[in-house]
Design a protein around this ligand. Sequence first.
Ligand SMILES: Nc1ncnc2c1ncn2[C@@H]1O[C@H](COP(=O)(O)OP(=O)(O)OP(=O)(O)O)[C@@H](O)[C@H]1O
Length: 762
Amino acid sequence: MAEGDPNNDLELRRRNFKSQQSTVQTRRQQAVCVRRAYKRYGTKNHPNVILDGLNMTVPKGCIYGLLGASGCGKTTLLNCIVGRKRLNAGEIWVLGGRPGSKGSGVPGPRIGYMPQEIALYGEFSIRETLTYFGWISDMTTEQVEAKLDFLINFLMLPDADRQVKCLSGGQQRRVSFAAALVHDPELLILDEPTVGVDPLLRQNIWNHLVEITKNGRRTIIITTHYIDETRQAHLIGLMRGGYFLAEESPEQLMVQFGAENLEDVFLKLSVIQNMGKRRRSSILQGVTDTIPIPAGTVNDAAVLDDEVGEISGEFGDNTSMSSRTARRVSIAPDASVETIPTELPPEDEKEVKWTDYLKIMKWSHMKALIWKNFLWMWRNIPVMCFIIGLPVAQTILFCLSVGHDPKNIGISVVNHEIKYPMEQCEYKEGCNASYLSCNYLDYVIHNYSININYYATEEEARRTVAKGKSWAMLVVPHNFSDCLRSRIDNGRDAPDWDVDGSVISVFADKSNENIATFLTRDLLFGFEGYAKSFLKECDINPKAFGRPINFEQPLYGYGEPDFTDFAAPGVILTIIFFMAVALTSGSMLLERNEGILERTLVNGITGTEILLSQVVTQFVVMFGQTTMVLVFAFPIFQLTQNGNWILLFSLTILSGVCGMCFGFVVACLCENERSATYMALGSFLPIVMLCGIIWPIEAMSPYLKWLSDFLPLTQATESLRCIIARGWEIQVPVVYYGFGAIILWILIFLTISILVLKFKKG
Ligand SMILES: Nc1ncnc2c1ncn2[C@@H]1O[C@H](COP(=O)(O)OP(=O)(O)OP(=O)(O)O)[C@@H](O)[C@H]1O
């Protein structure tokens, strides 16, 4: 094979891997082993490098104190160890496997994680909190109960039935500590557990940590700002500038630096680092020499083998200062990836069967999550009442305020038939009534909600319209009644002046399209109605002078079109959809931002399980909301409902489920409530405008109409309209398209959120 041949290179690397097998095995025998970890936030071009070639070795059975200034990257490192964040380059083994890989058990109940934030549900009691964390770690209630008394006594916690939100900050931190301890994990990761804890209890906690690591089966990584309390740790890692300045036993470090306490050591190391004279950190020398590790828990020979590998740079390691410096100089944000072999030796992990991939959830996890969701609701009854009451209030407001005829529209009339103000316009019965205009106006007043004010001159009346005090001016000509009679009597022979003299002129303010439309309708229909009654009084067939077009009883709907009925389907679906978006994204972001979600995920709960548990709980809420909204809209406010109740109910529920899934997407994509609000609000108006909710989609431009067809609520709104207004059943295409489209969107949103949850890690 020629030199430089890629196959040749691959063969060489394979051989190297074989020779490194023992090194790799050794690393996997540690509780945690991190090699050449490189982690940055920000973009490739503007990276904020947090871990920069960091090596860390935590043997099984030891307490490892992780120290460093605030913001140096301790939490980031811990998040990578528990599998919640990914390195940009480098390797991590935790309890023998790769965090996050199938079968590694990490994240999972093998780990107990206490994050920096309290990350607990304030409404839960101590007992409920520990039960929840016990259940998600596969414990039974009896096992939790058995552990509860011990933890309460040991951590000096108050009564187990006290709610977490009623505890002091220090007590809350101790409950959080208890939640990490409850399932007796193999690896306990504690991010500043002793903040706000009094010295006596802090000592107790350390004693307990020492106690549980004695048998060599438990390992603890602990970060703290109280540097000197880590004297009791077996090993400490002093972190600065993205890597460890030293990783030794505390005693060794103090002897080495001739310091009286660890703070001095840290200061001295920092000064040395600043001077560019970094000392070589003898990673495992200290471990094998100074830590009283129980026999059999660490393979000494292997450790030495590992050590040799490290020092000789066999596996590309860099603990010697020169190699570290050389590599650190050359490391570019992702160039480091190239220096890491992409093909790693086969891992000795639990064999994963293809059927494992089908197990998307564990019943014990689902039980815990659903119980927790309902308990949260039960503890927040006022919030729940608001959540169910809000859509009802919105429906009531819609029914009361939208689609009804405008009332008391004022118009100004100048009636030249009478001598106003000396003479008043009054209704006179009979075919020979003198002022037909007065009869017509009287008919309008009594049949429509129109207020008439009379004026003597056109100037006065016009001024009222110009000043916005009236919506129109009507001018009745002098001989209106006579001319109208002549027109009826003479028909096609009526002289022009009679035709012209029988016309009432309307000068309207059409600045408000809706009011102008209603006024036009009332004046025209009013005249038609009055004319019919007048012709009857004169024994003339009204049809002779009526419109030659007659609207019979409609096939669907009522004679008078009602905008409330038109808008109701879309409005109901929108209310349920967006309430679900707000509720789901809000509750998920709340959990995430308080660190509870992160903690739950570290315990081995999967994103899919969280989504499914939310689906179950939100479904119940949605059921309540939908029932209330439909009861108020139809039986109480009497909106048109000629269709199948089951179809109406199921389509409304489906729109809620669709909103819930969209809420998942929002929560997965957005970092905080503010961006989630922007995203939800940003989608609200396009959906309302483009889905044919407030205006028929037939009125849209063809391109927008095409776009509208693909939006989640368009087909569903049309389908619901056909169900309730036309009484159509599921076999009609328009109806089942609505169901199909919304189910398709549910699947799309669910898939997006599962994919984002899976791939969006640090
Ligand atoms: N999600 C993130 N996006 C961007 N930067 C981040 C993110 N998380 C942390 N950082 C930055 O990374 C650095 C290390 O943060 P980290 O929380 O790991 O520090 P820390 O050592 O745990 O600090 P402390 O002791 O104060 O908790 C900080 O400068 C922080 O601002």
